[in-house]
Design a protein around this ligand. Structure first.
Ligand SMILES: C[S@@+](CC[C@H](N)C(=O)[O-])C[C@H]1O[C@@H](n2cnc3c(N)ncnc32)[C@H](O)[C@@H]1O
Length: 294
């Protein structure tokens, strides 16, 4: 995989932020593949676990305790896979990602990682390989055409009777004040501009039904931003870090607001206060489905 720097990626970058490693132009996902963004994703994992009350919704606990074969699709730094590997030592966890952001050496024995591009099917596994497939937070990574080919591919890989689970944020921000709306739209618009379907969460139920999954259900959780204690603080920090990382791209889109340090600071400060006052939240959807038994 070719890695480009931020300055190659974002021409006319006049920000002072030092360049990070970003993925190549043919990949939709814009965020960098560096240690700092890995830290953000690690922290996001713990915040999500707290907010959702656990690491998964599918009824797979017994299966995992007995020993299941699990795919973590788009695993990032592998936080979910590694924690799950420790919790369920009888099971095997396979994390795949297009970038080598996962650990090579220091990981549980029942956990392995592999470079795989989800936009280039077929994925390198035989039919009916996995008891459970988990996929989380790819809303900024895949376009419509990729979702169209990926979901049937995941259906191919799940064993009859096995489960798929997808967890995605929505591009709906509940009770957003004006600066919050501006900031969040920057994140979503930049992803959309690269071809991502940021609203995919809303179509997951019908997409997995079309692919042949049954026993489908959806849980919607509004993730608090800067209210409701530690969880709200963590999600707010997560968004603010994403805004900092995307600073050069936002500057290009909105030089009027982002080119002036005082105005930019005003919006970022307002983001905090508006979220607390309005009880702003990011909509998150957890969709599960089962492959019919043969
Ligand atoms: C927001 S992170 C989510 C990581 C992990 N699922 C989690 O929830 O902790 C999105 C991940 O998708 C990966 N990704 C983006 N495009 C991809 C592609 N075409 N194939 C596989 N992974 C991809 C990125 O490298 C990144 O690690």
């Amino acid at each position: 995989m070719h890695i480009t720097t931020a300055s190659e990626r974002i021409s006319n970058d006049s920000s002072t932020k030092s360049p990070n490693s970003f993925m190549s132009e043919d990949i939709v996902y814009l965020m960098p593949t560096d240690g700092q963004d890995n830290d953000r994703i690690h922290s996001q994992h713990w915040a999500l676990k707290l907010a959702l009350g656990g690491n998964y919704d599918a009824p797979v606990k017994e299966m995992l305790e007995d020993g299941a074969n699990v795919l973590d699709s788009g695993c990032g730094p592998g936080t979910w896979s590694m924690e799950m590997s420790e919790t369920y030592p009888q099971s095997k966890f396979h994390g795949i990602d297009v970038a080598e952001v996962f650990p090579q050496q220091i990981k549980p024995k029942n956990c392995n990682f592999k470079l795989v591009d989800l936009t280039a099917p077929p994925l390198p596994y035989a039919d009916d390989t996995f008891d459970y497939i988990h996929q989380r937070l790819l809303f900024a990574a895949l376009g419509d055409q990729h979702w169209d080919s990926l979901i049937p591919e995941l259906h191919r890989l799940v064993k009859p009777g096995g489960w798929v689970e997808m967890q995605e944020t929505d591009d709906v921000v509940v009770n957003a004040g004006p600066s919050t709306h501006l900031c969040m739209e920057h994140i979503f618009e930049i992803a959309r501009g690269r071809g991502a379907n940021t609203a995919v969460g809303r179509s997951l139920k019908s997409r997995i039904a079309d692919a042949g999954f049954v026993n489908i259900s959806e849980r919607i959780v509004d993730l608090p931003l800067n209210h409701g204690g530690k969880i709200g603080e963590l999600f707010c920090d997560d968004m603010k870090q994403a805004l900092t990382t995307l600073e050069a791209a936002i500057l290009q889109r909105d030089p009027e607001n982002w080119g002036d340090a005082d105005i930019r600071k005003k919006h970022l400060d307002n983001f905090d206060t508006e979220c607390t006052q309005n009880k702003t939240a990011l909509r998150f959807r957890i969709v599960i489905g089962q492959k019919p038994s043969a």
